[in-house]
Design a protein around this ligand. Structure first.
Ligand code: NAD
Length: 509
């Protein structure tokens, strides 16, 4: 390990967490057996109650009961809660961002960005509340009107991951609430204080707008608590964000009870860099996507597929940029790379580097641990590895700042290599050649849910639908028409004539 930078102690961070919670109206909880740990030092900030099966059952029952009334409130009126939540988030952006940094280790700018994303999705959901449009369809029968209406679905169970502890909750909850659903949230066991703060803000928003705060329920704990939501038939939609491993166990269980699932799972995102690319712009985008959030975004850039003729100059630029990245306390000015979430993430990264080297990969820079705050925290220099082939380790998602660089000569083969992984979340091409750009976006181009031109793989806006294909789970959240997953559709045929013509011209009797 190298270099020790000044870092606050766990006691300082504990006070900071207490101040943030207090500002958010959520004072330190009753101690319990769920620890809230900070990856900044590895110390414990507080302990919270772990929801036992009866508490989870009570939360689902409450959400189910409140739903009976909530679904009858007109959508534009339901939006009042979400509008107020957005206002509270604006007011408390700094305090909530502090908690995100404390529990997830994100640098300050990214943590504030994550809260901004919540504010943005609240605005989106408020507008959406007046646009839950159905269709009118031409009926084949005279004197008949055929239409579709959208109704609230029921209780939405939200299971979220550690790396977007607040934004993913907001994507789901803001949309679900205007759609007339109630929510039971099981956040990551790694970020329980952040969850408590969001829950407090939302319930306050409900009370202040004259609605039952029971529209939102929080249950805290690990996979066992999640499984209870998965298996409960009262959870009409289970929206689960996390690893593909988690999705593989969740999806068949929800399907077995004919529940609905919305899955946002792992990614293994790549960018193709073609000879005409603007290398300055490409370098900045690659560094943000691959090293930002210490490589712990589902959309982090993990594979770079570069034309052989420009690999040298691009790698030189990347090497220079990577060496300037400051690793350290995520609260400190100028730090761009905070800690990994835990020791397991660090060990996973080291194991991947070893496997890549055994595959004749060359470590170009980074990978070493940096001593910022002692043995219980895990800081690492973002790594770049040059690979001769897309071996098994490259095709896996390693949730750390690890970028594999490969070269190509034939553009069709580059697209083939791009798509030759099991995940299908985000993708980019860097080119100034319009034909290549359009080809990348065409049906036989990128097979991902997100395909970008001349921007990195991470950092999506909330207005578009977010999600990916293949092992990423196929779900779509946030903008566009993702709201349809949170509602049920009814097809209505109204006969306003005095005849009874049957469809398909059938004459009966
Ligand atoms: P994880 O799979 O370990 O945990 C995610 C959540 O699922 C947690 O709340 C956990 O308690 C719960 N869980 C785990 N096993 C479960 C089970 N069997 N039944 C019910 N619940 C269960 O993931 P993580 O380490 O918190 O997050 C990182 C992963 O999440 C990465 O793979 C990343 O790509 C993915 N992710 C995807 C998206 C997306 O939108 N596609 C967004 C963020 C993170």
């Amino acid at each position: 390990m190298t270099s020790t930078l000044g870092i606050p102690t766990t006691a300082d961070l504990r006070s900071r967490a207490a101040r943030a919670l207090h500002a958010l109206g959520a004072d330190l909880p009753e101690p319990g057996k769920l620890p809230a740990r900070t990856p900044i030092t590895g110390g414990t900030l507080a302990t919270l109650q772990y929801s036992d099966p009866s508490a989870v059952d009570a939360a689902i029952t409450a959400a189910d009961n409140v739903f009976r009334e909530w679904r009858t409130v007109p959508a534009p009126r339901r939006a009042a809660v979400v509008r107020r939540l957005g206002e509270l988030l604006v007011e408390h952006q700094a305090a909530l961002a502090d908690l995100v940094t404390l529990e997830a280790g994100k640098i300050g700018a990214e943590a504030r960005g994550e809260v901004q994303e919540m504010i943005d999705v609240c605005e989106f959901a408020v507008g959406l509340s007046r646009q839950l449009y159905g269709r009118t369809i031409a009926s084949e029968r005279p004197g008949h009107r055929l239409s579709e209406t959208w109704h609230p679905l029921g209780v939405v169970g939200v299971i979220s991951a550690f790396n977007f502890p607040v934004a993913v909750w907001a994507w789901n909850t803001a949309i679900a609430l205007v759609c007339g659903d109630t929510v039971v949230w099981k956040p990551s066991e790694t970020t329980p204080l952040t969850a408590l703060a969001c829950h407090t803000l939302l319930r306050r928003a409900a009370v202040e707008t004259g609605f039952d705060p029971g529209i939102h329920q929080l249950v805290q704990g690990g996979a066992d608590v999640g499984r209870q939501l998965v298996d409960d038939h009262r959870i009409a939609l289970l929206s689960a964000t996390g690893s593909t491993r988690m999705g593989r166990t969740v999806a068949p269980r929800v399907a077995a009870r004919f529940g609905r699932c919305l899955l946002e799972l792992g990614g293994n995102n790549a960018a193709i860099v073609t000879p005409s690319a603007d290398l300055e712009l490409t370098t900045r985008a690659v560094v943000f996507s691959a090293a930002g959030t210490a490589g712990q975004r589902c959309t982090s850039l993990r594979r770079l597929i570069v034309h052989a003729d420009i690999a040298g100059p691009l790698l030189e630029r990347l090497d220079r940029a990577y060496r300037q990245l400051r690793v350290g306390d995520p609260f400190a000015d100028g730090v761009l790379v905070g800690p990994l979430i835990n020791g397991q993430a660090y060990q996973g990264m080291q194991a991947a580097i070893e496997r890549a080297r055994a595959d004749y990969g060359e470590l170009l820079c980074g990978g070493e641990r940096v001593d910022v705050a002692g043995d219980e925290s895990y800081y690492v220099r973002p790594a770049v590895l040059r690979m001769h082939a897309q071996t098994e380790v490259v095709r896996e998602e390693t949730f750390a700042p690890l970028l594999y660089v490969m070269t190509y000569r034939d553009f069709d083969l580059a697209i083939e290599m791009h798509n030759a992984v099991s995940q299908g979340l985000s993708s980019s091409i860097f080119t100034t050649d319009q034909r290549e750009a359009e080809r990348f976006l065409a049906p036989d181009g990128s097979d991902c849910g997100i395909a970008n031109v001349n921007i990195g793989t991470s950092g999506a806006e909330i207005g578009g639908a977010f999600g990916g294909e293949k092992d990423t789970g196929g779900g779509r959240e946030s903008g566009s028409d993702s709201w349809k997953a949170y509602m049920r559709r009814a097809t209505n045929t109204v006969n306003y004539s005095s005849e009874l013509p049957l469809a398909q011209g059938i004459v009966f009797g």
